[in-house]
Design a protein around this ligand. Structure first.
Ligand code: WAQ
Ligand code: MG
Length: 261
């Protein structure tokens, strides 16, 4: 069976004179069977045209055929949740889990290095706030590996296997479990931490093959529009090129097997 990748992005011109620029309003991507291309396409356009961020004056929809033999099917990471009283507690828990994941990936070798990394983590997360993609951070060297640091690296070409055919409103969890599963299976990836940039969506997660997908129910204050992602990578296990190539180009369908909301 042949599949099609659909990608949509919508934007609006804002500001006056010199300040005039394009502002992102909405984006979505799917990989669907041929018979669903039209329906999914019109649902995407509807999503763009009815977005609360504004009325788009530019919508780009790209449709590409994807051969079944080029698609990798992955089993979704197992999901657990951590309930916390406050967002501060949630953030602390997330840093702790990431510290452990990075520590065990690095082996006993790096206890000092790990402590240093743990101290740096809150600042690294803040650095991702203006980015559209994720930071790719090398735990072996302490260096950032994104070719464009202002933008970051974006994981793309992924969807849920047998997902809802037409799903016009954003479901944060459904999209995140797909992305996190693709990322956790990337060459050299050790763990991921994510906070949504939607002001009202305070649940975030940490994920890795070993941890699974750990939902942390509060990771920021309600109303805060800052969010970001860090992909923690180990350059002793793979090259940055092969990791980025997988994240940006490899087609992945995630078998969510009843895990979706
Ligand atoms: N690849 C890399 N980074 C991305 C991508 C992508 N495809 N999409 C978004 N980001 C980065 C970008 O910097 C955003 O600012 C940041 O991640 C957050 O993205 O279990 O909604 O789409 O309920 O706002 C977590 C769900 C939802 C938790 C996360 O992220 C749960 C979310 P958002
Ligand atoms: Mg968002």
């Amino acid at each position: 069976m042949d599949y099609y990748s659909l990608k949509m992005r919508a934007s609006q011109q804002v500001g006056e004179g010199e300040q005039r620029h394009e502002q992102h309003i909405s984006g979505a991507e799917r990989i669907v069977a041929r018979e669903n291309v039209e329906a999914v396409c019109s649902a995407m356009v509807r999503r763009a045209m009815t977005h609360s961020k504004g009325d788009p004056d530019f919508i780009n929809v790209k449709i590409e055929k994807v051969h079944e033999s080029d698609i990798r099917i992955l089993k979704a990471l197992p999901v657990t949740r951590v309930d916390v009283e406050t967002w501060q507690e949630g953030l602390e828990k997330a840093f702790e889990l990431i510290g452990e994941a990075v520590g065990s990936a690095a082996g006993d070798a790096g206890t000092d290095a790990i402590r240093e990394f743990a101290n740096k983590l809150p600042e690294l997360l803040r650095e991702t706030f203006p980015m559209r993609g994720a930071m790719l951070y090398d735990i072996a060297t302490g260096k950032r590996l994104e070719p464009d640091q202002a933008r970051g690296v974006r994981a793309t070409y992924m969807d849920a296997l047998r997902g809802n055919v037409v799903d016009s409103c954003k479901n944060h969890f459904n999209e995140a479990i797909v992305l996190a599963t693709k990322v956790a299976n990337a060459p050299g990836i050790v763990a991921e931490i994510c906070i949504s940039d939607d002001p009202e969506y305070v649940t975030g997660y940490v994920a890795s093959k070993e941890l699974g997908y750990v939902r942390i129910m509060k990771m920021k204050e309600a109303g805060d529009e800052n969010g970001g992602r860090i992909f923690l990578f180990d350059s002793r296990r793979a090259s940055a090129e092969e990791c980025i190539d997988y994240l940006q180009k490899k087609k992945v369908l995630v078998d969510v097997d009843g895990r979706m909301a």
